[in-house]
Every structure is written in structure tokens, then in C-alpha cells.
Ligand binder design. Sequence first.
Ligand code: WTA
Length: 648
Amino acid sequence: MEGKVVEVQAAWREGAHVDDAQYRALYEASVSDPDAFWGEHGKRIDWMTPFTKVKNTSFEPGRVSIKWFEDGKTNVAYNCIDRHLETRGDQTAIIWEGDNPDESKHITYRELHAQVCRMANVLRNRGVSKGDRVTLYMPMIPEAAYAMLACARLGAIHAIVFGGFSPDSLASRIQGCTSKVVITADEGLRGGRKVPLKANVDAAIKRIGTDLVEHVIVVRRTGGSVEMEPGRDVYYDEAAEQVTDHCPAEPVEAEHPLFILYTSGSTGQPKGVVHTTGGYLVYAAMTHQYVFDYREGDVYWCTADVGWVTGHSYIVYGPLANGAITLMFEGIPTYPSTSRFWEVVDKHKVNIFYTAPTAIRSLMGGGEGPVKKTSRASLRVLGSVGEPINPEAWEWYYNVVGDKRCPIVDTWWQTETGGILISPLPGATALKPGSATRPFFGVKPEMVDAEGKVLQGPCEGNLCIADSWPGQMRTVYGDHERFEQTYFSTYPGKYFTGDGARRDADGYYWITGRVDDVINVSGHRMGTAEVESSLVAHPKVAEAAVVGYPHAVKGQGIYAYVTLNDGEEGDDALRKELVVWVRKDIGPIASPDLIQFAPGLPKTRSGKIMRRILRKIAEDDFGALGDTSTLAEPAVVEDLIENRQNRP
Ligand code: WTA
């Protein structure tokens, strides 16, 4: 095999779901006859009305339509809870580990059932029924999972907004899907610091006006004092006392929406990605089982936040559908110390650990000491997600955290894909540091060049997927045309991921990062257009262009070129002011790392900003700017280079 290879160890193969030969056979079957393959695996969940049709999908321009198991009926909460009660009612479903290391609890499947039913009844009493949208703006507490499952139980559609988003971002997402009900907490708690969630909800509603949101349900987390609007706001514990813990699960069509999740793209405002019921759950559960080689009784921990897709598919839905023990962590990797992750692993005897490269890189800086003082003997599989993992971070994760005992599954996927599309399988796939390796069952990656020509063999190009898989997003909420435009028009007939990749001689995929105007900051997706529109809304700013640049810990940092209005002075005070402005407008994850004040931006004669040049300068790689002859004013480039902000 080509490049550095870490062979499958005998111990990884022992008891694993599949070895290499089985992977190859299953993969071949899955792509040669998807109907037969998914017809069989679709039965891994319980159906109230069994499906008779399996796949009905088209990527054809103008007629994109994706349906799986369409005549079946089921309920996601039933599959994640009720069907386990008989066999594992007293087994732990969720281990919750608080921000404070002295706080943790185990919630059994039976308790989960009671809690979810209560939450569902609280929602139902407030008029929530099938198809209604409910916005969740929650910290990482069990009630976040109860709320998701309560919506699913009623057939309501949840739309989670990450707790790090600003009131303005929250407001536009509440409006985007017209939620009449918002579930939040008084305050969140992260790294010992309080996050004013309820106050942010109040500010968001103030911006929206009073005629949309009818109910705000507030879970008490810190007990901090918050304003409560009579008639609109209610504390969850008080509302829950008024209802029973019995609530039937509503059977819904396989294609009934389960959730909406807003995600950034290369243009415009974030899109509401819609995932539906049957195919999504089958895919999330199956990938969770095979990719992490999940086995009965394993303790599984994904460190993501439920505000992102990883939290949806791999903290809540996939694991619970499999009857797993899933750990939910409220805190951060560095509190109260940089040993926290590994202390939690020892405390709860975690077998499978799934995190983001940015967390690994931030902990690498502290050396091996904080890791090595813990045992980590329970660990069997390590996972990575959210951005390319650089080989140095991979090696540290493998050698230091995993003591060379645990395979690393580098899982490539997206909010849009619902579940993991490219990843090693622990008992089957020889690893290469930095490669997401091979496609999961049913996934047909296709590499194309800029003109859309399909490339064969080893190559570098744009990553597309040639055919549908059950976990795929179905539409953009309220805007099917935007769905077709964004994903199916660049290379007609294919789903375009927006990622670039390399395929090596062994057929392994190496994701090189986004080829569009999306940047990935600490594993969080950000559209450069969103940051630009926030900057230009500042009264002193005339124009702004935002690009990503390599950042040692975050993967990519945000580099903003800003042109000021006539007469304004660009200085450090204004830099700070602009950072605060963007944080307040979008949220802390969008804070520019570097701001360069520029008298002008490089544009073509037709007025298009030449981002290629801006990226090169931000990367401190201005020796190779390429062709600048089409620039309207070549002199601006010299000024940009002269005053560049990213200097070693
Ligand atoms: C990037 C997160 C390389 C990629 C699940 C993708 C990755 C975007 C990997 C989606 C990986 C995710 N290797 N790049 N293992 N995983 N990405 O929607 O650019 O938040 O398009 O979904 O993250 O980010 P999203």
C-alpha cells in the first residue's frame, strides 16, 4: 500500500462486526443492489407500518427528489426508547457528566421514557402537534435530549440552535422556520462560566416582535434569576408537575421531517437542512454500530454539542436507536484542567471516544503529562470528525491518547449527509494518518475535475456522491429550489459536497478541505459571506472580504480585509470594536482572528473581488499570486502585501 499505513491489529478484528473481506463484500452488495441491501437493513428499526418500497430517488436537475422507505410508518422516539424497555429498561441510556466534575448522573431507558413522555405532554399542552416546529436553544443537559425526543414522539420538528449563537442569529432561525415554541434553560454552564441563554431568547424575541413565539419553556440549570414573561414563559419543572409520564408515540410517515438544522453555505444566510424520519434513523444507527464497532454494553462518548449535526446523529439518535450507553458532557476539554477528557474516560470507563481534531490540537500543546497521568485502559476505539486531521495530531491521538492500542476512525461527513459517509471500520480498514479512507455501505464517491469530468484511479478533484443514501438531507426548509441549486447544479446529476479531495492508488480518500467560500473554524462551519455582511453593517465599514487561513489550533482562522468609509481611521481600537461587533451579531465562533484595513480590494474590471489573491496573502504565501493581469488596479495588491497581518 501507498504511504504510511497502520495495519489492522489482531485485537481490533477480534469480535468486530466486519473484517476487510466482509466489508468489501457488503460494500459491493450495497452499491450493486441498493434496494435489496437497504430493504434488509431498513428492518433494523421497528416499523409501525412496514415499508414495501425502498429507494425512490432522483438527482436529475429540476427534478431532485429523495425518498426512502416511503410507504412505511414509524416513530423515532419509539425506536430510541420504547422498543428497548422490555430488554434493557434498567440499563443506562445516558450518562450525563456535568461541567463541574462532582456532578454526574445515569439515566436508564425507563427513566428516559418517563422524562420524554413528560416533556412531550408539556409541549402537547401548549398546542404542539405533528409538523409544528420547536426551536431548542439549550446547554448540554439531559433535558436537551428529552426535548429532541419529545418532539420526535409527537411528530413535531425540532430546530436546534447552538448555544454559542447570538440573539440575532437565534432570531433569524426562529423566524426562518416559524417556531411558536422555544425551549431553553435559565443559563448554561461551560468551563465554570455562565451563558445567559434565557436572556438571549428574550433579546431574540424582542427583535422578532411578539406575534410569533407563544411559549418559552425554561429548564432550570443554574437557578440564576431570569425574567419571566407571564403567560408566555414557564419553568419546565413547574409545567412537568401538571402532566403525566404517559404519552403515546405518534406513527409518522418515513419521509416526515424529524428536524431542521441551520448550516452555513457559500452564499447568503444559513440554510435550514431538513432531515426526515426513517432513512435518517436507519443510517445514523447503522453507521454508529459499524464505524465505532459498537458492542453491547460499551460506553460511548461523543464530545460534540447537540447544537451541531454530530450531536444529533451520534450523541442522541444513532446510539439510542442501538440501545447504547451514550455519554453527554456539559463542559469543555480544559476545565478544571487539561486532563478532563481522560479523567472522564476513567471515571465512566469509556470504551469509544469521538472528538474533533481542534480539541486534540489544543491539548497537544500541553504535552503528554496531563494524558499520561490517567489510565485510559477502557478505551478501544477513537474517532475524529469535523475537519481534516493533520498527521501530527493523528499520531499524537494514536500514540499518546490511545497508547497505540486503538484504531482511529477519521469520519468524513456533513450536516447535509445526516451520517458518516467515508471512514475506516475498526476491524476492517488499514489506517493512513490523515485519510478518511473508504466509503461506507451504499456510498458512491465520485471525483470530478472543474469541468465535471469524472476522474478515474488516483486523482485530485472535487468530491461528489453519485447516488443517494438513506441519511441524505431531503430539502432546504421552505426552499427546494435552493436545495437543487446548491447541491445538484454544479455537477448535474451528482450531489456536490463542496469539499476537495485526493484519491490514492489504494482507493483511499484524503479530504483536503472546502473548495467553496465556507471555512471551518475549530470544526465549526462558517460562511465567509455571513461574516462579510456582518462587517459591512458596521457604520464605519464600506466593504469587507473574508477568507480562511491556516491556524495551528483552530484548523482555519478568520481573516478579514476591511475597507473603511472616507475619513475613518483603521487602528487597534477599531479592530477590537469590529471583533465585538461580529461576536454580538453572529456569535463568538465568528470572531475574526485577523483584520487588515485596506484602502481597496483586488477586483476584476467587472468588479468581482479576486478571493484567490486574498487567500494567498492571508496564507502569507504571496510569492505565487498567479495571474494578476485582469485586476482593475494592480497597485492595491502591493499595499495588501505590505500591510498583511499574518506574519510568522
Ligand atoms: C469538514 C460535520 C475532513 C468538511 C460532521 C465538510 C471533514 C464539513 C471531516 C462539514 C473529516 C467534516 N475530514 N474534513 N473527517 N469531517 N469535515 O456540516 O469540509 O459541520 O464539508 O458537519 O466539515 O461540516 P458540518
